[in-house]
Design a binder for this molecule. Structure first.
Ligand code: NDP
Length: 359
C-alpha cells in the first residue's frame, strides 16, 4: 500500500464556499462543534442553517446565534452543502425521507462517518457530490482544539463526484471546520468503516473480556475489589499509558515503566501466539463487518470485491427503532444490564458507592 496523502490548509481554497448555503443537520456532539468552527472560519452566519427538531439542541443552536429551521424538508431546499450530523442509525430514515427528495441536484452531502455510505443505506442522486470529512475526535475536542488554533486528526474522502469538483469542496469544508490545520488524511468510507467497526467489534470486545477475566482471576486469588479497581483502571494508569503511546510510541512508552515491568511486558507479549486472535479478527472483519480479505488485499484494486451488508449491518438495521425505547425493550439497555452483572461490574459498583465523594 502506498502512504496516504495528507491534505493541509494550503491544499484547500475557502473561496469555493463563497455564497454557498450550508446546512447542518443536527447540532449534537459534532454538529455544534463543526458549525461553530465553520462560522469562525469566515462563513457568514446568514449562509448557515441548523436543522433540528424543536428541543434543547435547537435552543442551544439559537442561543449561539444560528438560524434554526425545524422543518428538515424546507431547510434542504435551499442548501448547497449538507453536513449529516445526526446519529448514524437515524440517518437513513431522516435523510432518505425528508432531506434527499428536496435537495438540489448538485448538492454536496458531507458525512462524518463512512458507515451509511459504505453499506449504501443513503439515497443520493448521481449528480450530487458525496464526501466524507470524519474527525477522529469527540465534538468538544473538535471545538476546543480549533479555539486554541490547533488542528485535529480527520479522514477525508470523495465517495461520489457528481459535479467533478467534489474534492475541492471536501477540502474547503475540511479547512473550514479546522481539519486541515494539522493535516487531514486521505481515506475512504470503506477504510473508515472497516477500522471503526473492527475496533468496536473485535479489538475493544477483547480488551473488555481480558479485563473482565483478569479481574475474576485476581479476585479468586484473594485481591480485594478496591485494590483491583484502582490497580486496573481507576488510577487512570491505562489512560496515561495510551497517552504516552500516542506521544512517544506504542512500544517506546514502556521505557517509563520499571525494568521489571518492561521485561515482563515485552517478554510476555512476544511469547504469546497471536494466531488464534488473528483468525478471530479476520473472521469478524470478513463476516460480521462484511469486508472480505481486507487485510491482505490491495484496496486500490477495482477487482477487489466489497461484500456489502455484512452480518452486523443487517442485524443492527433490525433493532434501530428499538434503540429509542425505554427499559428492557431497548436492546442496548439489556446489554448494559448483562455486562454490569459481571464480577468486575458488580465490584466496581460497590467500590464506587463506598468511595463516593473521594473519586
Ligand atoms: P449526536 O448523537 O450528538 O447527535 C445529536 C443530534 O442529532 C441532535 O441535534 C439531535 O437532535 C439529532 N437527532 C437525534 N435523533 C434524531 C432523529 N431521530 N431525527 C432528527 N434528528 C435527530 O451525534 P454525533 O455528533 O455523535 O454524530 C454525528 C455524526 O458524526 C455521526 O455520523 C457519527 O458517526 C459522527 N462522528 C461522531 C463522533 C463523536 O465523537 N460523537 C466522532 C466522529 C464522527 P434532536 O434529538 O433534538 O432531534
Amino acid at each position: 500500500m502506498p502512504s496516504a496523502k495528507i491534505y493541509y490548509d494550503a491544499d484547500a481554497n475557502l473561496d469555493v464556499l463563497k455564497d454557498k448555503v450550508i446546512l447542518f443537520l443536527g447540532f449534537g456532539n459534532q454538529g455544534a462543534a463543526q458549525a461553530q468552527n465553520l462560522r469562525d472560519s469566515g462563513i457568514p452566519n446568514e449562509k448557515i442553517i441548523v436543522a433540528n427538531r424543536p428541543d434543547h439542541y435547537a435552543e442551544d443552536a439559537k442561543s449561539r446565534g444560528f438560524n434554526v429551521d425545524h422543518d428538515f424538508a424546507n431547510a434542504a431546499k435551499t442548501a448547497d452543502v449538507v453536513f449529516l450530523l445526526i446519529p448514524d442509525q437515524v440517518q437513513p430514515r431522516v435523510f432518505n425521507n425528508e432531506v434527499a427528495p428536496n435537495l438540489k441536484d448538485n448538492a454536496v452531502i458531507v458525512v462524518a462517518s463512512g458507515y451509511n455510505v459504505f453499506y449504501k443505506l443513503l439515497k443520493f442522486k448521481p449528480s450530487q457530490d458525496v464526501v466524507m470529512v470524519a474527525p477522529r475526535m469527540i465534538g468538544s475536542s473538535v471545538r476546543s482544539l480549533y479555539e486554541k488554533g490547533k488542528g485535529f486528526p480527520c479522514f477525508v474522502s470523495v465517495e461520489q463526484d457528481g459535479t467533478g469538483k467534489a474534492l475541492e469542496s471536501a477540502l474547503a469544508l475540511s479547512r473550514a471546520i479546522g481539519a486541515t490545520k494539522a493535516g487531514a488524511i486521505a481515506s475512504s468510507a470503506r477504510e473508515e468503516t472497516a477500522m471503526d467497526l473492527f475496533a468496536e467489534q473485535a479489538l475493544w470486545p477483547n480488551i473488555i473480556m481480558l479485563f473482565r477475566e483478569a479481574f475474576s482471576v485476581l479476585k479468586e486469588a484473594g485481591c480485594s475489589d478496591e485494590a483491583l479497581c484502582y490497580e486496573m483502571w481507576m488510577s487512570k494508569e491505562p489512560a496515561e499509558i495510551f497517552e504516552r503511546a500516542a506521544e512517544e510510541g506504542f512500544i517506546q512508552q514502556l521505557k517509563h515503566h520499571s525494568t521489571v515491568s518492561q521485561y515482563g511486558q515485552l517478554n510476555g507479549a512476544l511469547a504469546l501466539d497471536g494466531s488464534a486472535a488473528r483468525e478471530h479478527f479476520k473472521h469478524i472483519l470478513n463476516n460480521q463487518v462484511g469486508i472480505r480479505a481486507y487485510v491482505d488485499d490491495d484496496l486500490a484494486d477495482p477487482r477487489n470485491p466489497q461484500v456489502l451488508n455484512g452480518k452486523f449491518c443487517q442485524e443492527f438495521s433490525k433493532i434501530e427503532d428499538d434503540l429509542e425505547k425505554e427499559g428492557d425493550a431497548n436492546p442496548l439497555n439489556v446489554l448494559y444490564t448483562k455486562s454490569e452483572a459481571s464480577e468486575l461490574g458488580q465490584a466496581e459498583k460497590r467500590v464506587r458507592a463506598r468511595l463516593a465523594g473521594l473519586l
